[in-house]
Design a protein around this ligand. Structure first.
Ligand code: HSE
Length: 428
């Protein structure tokens, strides 16, 4: 009979309690699948007295997560506290230094400190696994690390923040402004305690940086992610993009280019008919492209108790089975630093502007685009009452630098009211 795998959990929020419930309710199934008992021995959280709806008195309690991580009766330290450093990082380091494997859902910690933690784990012959950190219940870390390990990964795309996708979907469905839906979502508790983590694209950017590291064998580099949140997406753009056959998504894209690693988490237009274009509400989607498989589409719940706990369990089960995987798919010392390449890949762009409705105005804009080497694919002018005409232009593929040159020159034409909106169109 194999020895039990002894588990310590730090952090008893939604996910932590979800893990406790699965360990309690599915012990026979988990034992059948791993050949060992999975035994929760110790727990830690901020408040011992809080009623969490699950009996917890049978587990040893530690106020200090570092003390929990160091306990002799813990084999796997499950870090579900969150936070880029502070107690989460201190406890993770303590666990590794005292011979524990670590399972975490902490994308911020791994996106910022993951290279050092992965190296520390490998030096101690331990593992740090993080399936729950990216896209909740979607097993995308495993898909990249294991299922697609025989591919050269060419591109990773993802809608990986359910709150942002919910906001954009609701704006479109109800015809509400960003601020109206933001306030609604915040009141319903759909956003992180610091909502900027969601709407600023930071949470999704962390996730993208983690996937890019596995996909391209590079040191995780969150600072290299080109980041733009959804705060400036207007209902006008959602409608106009819709008229042109697109939906706006907070889309993550990572790909290796001749100029370096491109990592973007920005509002983009995707074809309405594409899988990403069809994704509504809080659901997540990750598209993995590899030279052998072409395209694999994964869709599922990106947050919530059950889905995220399911992902944590998958890592615990690996450890119980003796499946020992490196943090980012290869030994940490073999991951190479990657030069960040900002918007290096050419793409079509959606431009929306308000032009004076007088002879030659459109010609001036077309000339500026032509002089920057940008070709117009489609154009539409909308009816209007005031002196300014709303004009939409979809360009053929161009570089961001050529587009920036054209946008700067447009200001000098004297025919434009306000600033133009420019959004990238990502073909899928
Ligand atoms: N707040 C995230 C989301 C879940 O809305 O997808 C945790 O990463």
């Amino acid at each position: 009979m194999s020895t039990p795998l002894r588990i310590g959990i730090a952090g008893l929020g939604t996910v932590g309690i979800g893990v406790v419930k699965i360990l309690r309710q599915k012990s026979a199934l988990l034992e059948a699948r791993t050949g060992r008992k999975l035994e929760l021995t110790a727990i830690s959280a901020r408040s011992k007295s809080k009623d969490r709806g699950v009996p917890l008195s049978g587990y040893a309690w530690e106020d200090d997560p570092v003390a929990l991580a160091r306990r002799g009766d813990v084999d796997v330290f499950v870090e579900l506290m969150g936070g880029e450093d502070g107690p989460a990082k201190a406890a993770t380091e303590a666990a590794l230094d005292t011979g524990k494997d670590v399972v975490t859902a902490n994308k911020a910690m791994l996106a910022v400190n993951g290279q050092a933690l992965a190296a520390r784990a490998e030096a101690a012959a331990r593992v740090v696994r993080f399936e729950a950190a990216v896209a909740g219940g979607i097993p995308v870390v495993k898909a990249l690390t294991e299922g697609l390990a025989g591919n050269d990964i060419t591109r990773v795309l993802g809608v990986m923040n359910g709150s942002c996708n919910y906001i954009l979907t609701r704006m479109e469905d109800a015809g509400l402004t960003y601020q109206e839906v933001f306030d609604e979502a915040n009141a319903l508790g759909y956003l992180e305690a610091d909502p900027e983590l969601d709407v600023g694209g930071i949470d999704a950017g962390h996730k993208l940086a983690l996937l890019a590291s596995i996909a391209f064998g590079t040191q995780v580099n969150f600072a290299g992610v080109e980041l733009e949140g959804i705060g400036a997406v207007s209902i006008d753009d959602i409608r106009r993009a819709g008229d042109m056959g697109y939906r706006i998504k907070l889309l993550g894209v990572a790909q290796m280019t001749g100029r370096g690693l491109e990592q973007r988490m920005t509002p983009c237009l995707v074809p309405k008919s594409s899988p990403m274009g069809q994704l509504t509400g809080g659901t997540n989607m990750v598209v993995l492209e590899g030279d052998q498989v072409e395209q694999v589409v994964l869709r599922g719940p990106g947050a919530g108790e059950g889905p995220t706990a399911s992902a944590v369990l998958s890592d615990i089960i690996d450890i119980a089975r003796g499946t020992r995987l490196t943090t980012y798919g290869q030994p940490a010392h073999t991951l190479v630093p990657a030069t960040p390449a900002r918007s290096a890949t050419p793409a079509p762009y959606y431009l929306r502007m308000a032009l004076e409705d007088k002879p030659g105005a459109l010609a001036k804009i077309a000339t500026v685009l032509g002089e920057a080497g940008i070709s117009i694919d489609r154009m539409r002018q909308y009816t209007h009452e005031g002196p300014h005409a709303p004009v939409l232009i979809v360009t053929h593929k161009t570089t961001r630098s050529a587009l920036d040159e054209a946008l700067a020159a447009m200001g000098g034409t004297g025919v434009m009211a306000g600033e133009p909106v420019a959004l990238r169109i990502e073909n899928l």
